[in-house]
Design a protein around this ligand. Structure first.
Ligand SMILES: [Zn+2]
Length: 287
């Protein structure tokens, strides 16, 4: 790898919600990093979303018809819709880049709570399931280390036979596990980092058995000890060790990996540092 490619455009970060605008702070921080190349994707073609989600839901989300249009709990506007479509475009371009070059970053949320027939938990369209839907001949394994379990992705494993997911979480968010969804409830504050490290080892064993074509890493930082939504309680250093473990595993197994920034609810400058650490872990392993 010459430089780590990170997909981002100004459309990702409209000033309508801190959940979006914080991505601009991260992009500004990464723009100054010589090992990283920012790359602006095109919006996803909305027609590609039919067949992944319920047709009625996609119609309502694209046109702004309530209540479905705001069912992710962010008030719908054309800017919100276009931000989601831009991030999903980045997701598909980043997946292709990772398949060719081994690693890629998308400065987006993974939208792992989005369900088949509606949005949920600030997630409108499931950007992880979208990759599996668009690459039906590839096995896609999601490693979800967000504070919250990836309930939407778990639901999509029942619809997409090439989608696998493992969630290590502090907050279950409806995740119950299934034939292709492995779950690991964790509390580092109470139990130390040992069980978290063991969960990562277990996920690595599942990935070895599954032999996927692509790993999607949901590198959420809302499981940080200072995050207002965080219960898992990882320190900054433990987050870095988590990220490095995942990247080293992908490299050791020779499986391409695409990572997204996912959740985080602290000040945008703090989140930019934590997400920047994830990019630095990738550079350390792949650079
Ligand atoms: Zn989260």
């Amino acid at each position: 790898m010459t430089r780590l490619r990170a997909y981002y455009s100004a459309d990702y970060a409209p000033p309508v919600s801190p959940l979006f605008s914080r991505l601009a702070v991260l992009a500004d921080a990464l723009r100054d990093c010589k090992g990283i190349e920012l790359c602006a994707p095109r919006q996803v073609d909305p027609r590609l979303l039919y067949g992944l989600h319920d047709e009625t839901y996609i119609d309502h989300f694209l046109r702004g018809e309530e209540p479905l249009a705001s069912s992710q709990y962010i008030a719908w506007s054309p800017l919100v819709r276009d931000a989601v479509l831009a991030m999903l475009g980045g997701q598909l371009e980043a997946a292709q880049h990772a398949l060719t070059h081994g690693v890629a970053m998308n400065l987006a949320r993974g939208f792992h709570h989005a369900l088949w027939d509606r949005g949920s938990g600030f997630c409108a369209i499931n950007g992880l399931a979208l990759v599996a839907h668009r690459l039906p001949d590839k096995r896609i394994f999601v490693v979800d280390c967000d504070e919250h379990g990836g309930n939407g992705t778990e639901e999509f494993t029942h619809r997409l036979p090439n989608l696998y997911t493992a969630s290590i979480f502090g907050t279950r968010f409806g995740c119950v596990g299934s034939a292709r969804s492995w779950i690991y409830p964790i509390n580092v504050t109470r139990d130390g980092f040992g069980p978290y490290a063991q969960a990562l080892e277990d996920v690595a064993a599942q990935i070895t058995r599954c032999a996927p074509d692509l790993i999607l890493y949901q590198a959420g930082v809302d499981c940080h000890e200072n995050d207002p939504k965080g219960r898992a309680g990882l320190s900054t250093q433990q987050l870095f060790e988590r990220d490095r473990f995942v990247f080293r595993m992908a490299r050791r197994l020779g499986i391409p990996i695409l990572f997204v920034v996912a959740g985080g609810y602290q000040d945008a400058s703090i989140l930019a540092q934590l997400n920047g650490n994830t990019a630095r872990a990738a550079l350390e392993v792949f650079g």
